[in-house]
Design a protein around this ligand. Sequence first.
Ligand code: HEM
Ligand code: HEM
Ligand code: FE2
Length: 451
Amino acid sequence: MKYETQKVALPFFVVAMALFTLQIVFGLLAATVYAWPNFMAEVMPFHIMRVSHTNLLIVWLLIGFMGCTYYLMPEEAEREIHSPNLAYIQLAIFAFAGAAALVGYQFGIHEGREFLEQPFWVKILITISFLMFLFNTSMTLLKGRKTAINLVLMLGLWLAAVFWLFAFYNPTNLAVDKLYWWWVVHLWVEGVWELIMASLLGYLLIKMTGVDREVIEKWLYIIVGLALFSGLLGTGHHYYWIGAPGYWQPIGSIFSTLEVAPFFAMVVFAFTMFWKGSRNHPNKAAMLWALGCPTIAFFGAGVWGFMHTLSFVNYYSHGTQVTAAHGHLAFYGAYVMLILGVITYAMPQIRRVQPYNQILNMWGFWIVTSAMCFMTFTLTFAGVVQTHLQRVLGMNYMEVQDQLGLFYIMRLGAGVAVAVGAIMLLYSFFGPAREQVPAGGTQITAGAGSA
Ligand code: HEM
Ligand code: HEM
Ligand SMILES: [Fe+2]
């Protein structure tokens, strides 16, 4: 860690990981209801479990992005964070808002718009906190060195804030409501968050492979161009059945197919840099995440997204378990793995013990990642059967659900495995540090080989 204020990231990482844990707990509860429909029905209805699960995901990812930004910015801008205190206050406001929303949900207080269920005043607090964050990091950038990495990162974060404003616009006409709803939900994950993803990956790759900055920057610009070019009009794949004009069918199909390109480019980018790299960075676990993230994102977002994105396919698969399969692997690969990767890279430097608990971390990587893939497969099979029975044969929704029980039990099993792997990861980040003795025999000690 070259700059003292990089440690501002630590409380962000801690809060993010606490909420990640809670997210998994609510996921397990919701998955149990799928297997045994009356489970906890009197205590907590399914939709409350679901909204808690999805909101915790979004809140911790945002807190995670903030932590990553505070960690990266001093090194890239070559100066300390503008105001560490502002960062702590801003985190407190965000965490309070998220917690208040979560507690409110348990009492049925929510606005019922998927992902944007937070009560109005919670949305205001989130906006205030995010603006404080943007001010703090932008001031650091303005006074410091500008690189492609910190510029693309800040562009992604600012645009995320701009699209967030559409969460406040809630027209009464359901078709118009849906039209703008996707501006937050789709334009975040398939647009501006990709800029955040590409820049954080670029940062990890520069640090760990030692490849020239110029090469990394060229790739970054290509990925950003592809993401914005395809992602904006790609929103059309959500406009097929909501009462929007018919031209969205070809536009949505064509541009969302192109959305696969930036995800593919990120895979090629990461592996090319890895093979070109001259530096043998001691943090092998972080390198594993930096390669795994674009790979799983390519499958989850790219392959599983393309699977149901053409309008004549989506006509049958819309809103089935195929969607849930894609949602899980895409979010996990692109954004969960990204943040877990940055934490894996940053924690040894924040704690000033060079790569520790690497074996445990890599076990965590493989267990969580394979379990998420298995969950995706079970949901995909469930989705294909569901699509056929419900949409082709025209069977009744609940009758079809009765046929899918085995898949749901397997999904629950996958969820339990995710939880086990996640505990290993948390222990590897925050537990007592056990340093590795490499094959050569020399102990890697504090400070050695830091990037
Ligand atoms: C990291 C990037 C991505 C994430 C996190 C993501 C996540 C999601 C989620 C959570 C949903 C469900 C939304 C809802 O109905 O509540 C969804 C829907 C959808 N996604 Fe993605 N997605 C990503 C990228 C892509 C890409 C690249 C494509 C196309 C190639 C795609 C195609 C679709 C389609 C067609 C739907 C609508 C499914 C339906 O009609 O039910 N997604 N996505
Ligand atoms: C880090 C990993 C995870 C991510 C990124 C994630 C993400 C999501 C997302 C985006 C949705 C909304 C899907 C949609 O609208 O199509 C969702 C729903 C859900 N998730 Fe997860 N989740 C994760 C882990 C888990 C785990 C471990 C379980 C436990 C088995 C689980 C169970 C569920 C259930 C049951 C739903 C509700 C699905 C429905 O309404 O049909 N998730 N999750
Ligand atoms: Fe989309």
